[in-house]
Design a protein around this ligand. Structure first.
Ligand code: ADP
Ligand code: TRP
Length: 322
């Protein structure tokens, strides 16, 4: 039985890019087969940047609520919080003794942070080692991730092979699974939607705030009466990710025919989000207001995850000589 595992950092409330690019496809994958999937909230990774205790909790709950609201089946699968499994830190240490300094220095995500963040802590540098431990601690076979994470997976495989070279049959090498159908979701300014660019659409906001975010999408200054170029329009590009074919064609005609303003298009996008995600938005709200339910889910998941983790760590300890 193949074991699928993936994680998502809890750095805020998941935005539309996280949902369409990571959460929804991962949930889909977990439904498509009979395998058990492990999904976790990487709250130790978030600690590389978050400096407020209540934020760690808040973000974890928001991330968990998003997964659950979008229908992740926590009975069939294992849904847990990274920090509930301390074994991961011990494994990370063993792995760090096989992780090449020069290789970590070349990681794109680290280099990108070097350019952007003033005070780089060592946790940001060793981030891929902890990620390798997340994966190797559960003998995961398949790791579905976005394209930006491919290099981290390569590092994981390299570290595991090096350790196995000295201590044979200790770690299971995972395969990366990139879903080519997964799109890059543009933000309100047309760049990739990201927490770092502050160009997000957060579908879990209340109607008023969500509408305000959508109304802030950048558009050009074509007059209402003139035909508009739908291909380069940020509103259209978001709409087409969420709408069915007929809806897309209808909006296309409105752009081409003219006499239709960007404000109207934004209103249509807002309404589409409200309709498509009605039940998920309600469920998210319910869970956020009842964090005990989330806490219970995560505790149950941690029990199941920890059992696997303990067994794998026992094998590692034995093989390496502890
Ligand atoms: P952010 O850039 O907002 O900090 P993360 O790096 O935490 O997002 O990404 C979490 C997951 O969501 C990753 O798997 C990533 O590939 C996916 N993701 C993030 N932004 C987008 C986007 N704009 N389009 C598609 N997928 C995205
Ligand atoms: N680095 C991943 C991201 O930012 C999150 C993550 C942490 C992860 N550990 C993982 C993903 C293990 C897959 C497997 O999206």
């Amino acid at each position: 039985m193949a074991r699928i595992l993936t994680g998502i950092q809890s750095t805020g409330t998941p935005h539309l890019g996280n949902l369409l690019g990571a959460i929804i496809p991962a949930i889909q994958l977990s439904k498509e087969n009979n395998n058990q999937s492990l999904f976790f909230i990487a709250d130790l990774h978030s600690f590389t940047t978050i400096r407020e205790a209540n934020k760690i909790k808040e973000n974890t709950y928001a991330t968990a609520a998003a997964w659950l609201a979008f229908g992740f089946d926590s009975e069939k699968n294992i849904f847990y919080r990274q920090s509930d499994i301390p074994e991961v830190c011990e494994l990370a240490w063993y792995l760090s003794c096989f992780a090449k300094f020069s290789r970590l220095q070349l990681a794109h995500s680290f280099k990108e942070k070097l350019d952007r963040i003033k005070d780089i802590n060592t946790g940001l540098f060793t981030y891929p080692i902890l990620m390798a431990a997340d994966i190797l601690l559960y003998d995961a076979n398949i790791v579905p991730v976005g394209k930006d994470q491919i290099q981290h997976l390569e590092i994981t495989r390299d570290i595991a092979s090096s350790l196995n070279h000295f201590f044979p049959n200790t770690l299971v090498l995972p395969e990366t699974k990139i879903d080519e159908r997964v799109m890059i979701v543009p933000g309100t300014d047309g760049q990739k939607m990201s927490k770092s660019y502050n160009n997000m659409i957060n579908i879990f906001l209340d109607d008023k705030k969500l509408r305000k975010q959508i109304m802030s999408i950048k558009t050009d200054s074509t007059n209402i009466e003139d035909p508009k170029d739908y291909k380069s329009c940020n509103v259209f590009n978001l709409y087409k990710l969420l709408a069915n074919k007929n809806q897309v064609n209808e909006l296309k005609s409105k752009y081409i025919n003219g006499g239709y303003g960007y404000g109207n298009a934004k209103q249509e996008l807002f309404e589409l989000i409200c309709i498509n995600y009605k039940s998920q938005r309600e469920m998210f709200m319910y869970l956020i207001q009842n964090p005990k339910i989330i806490e219970q889910e995560l505790k149950e998941g941690a029990k199941k995850a920890r059992e696997i983790a303990r067994n794998v760590l026992a094998r590692v300890r034995k093989n390496v000589g502890y």
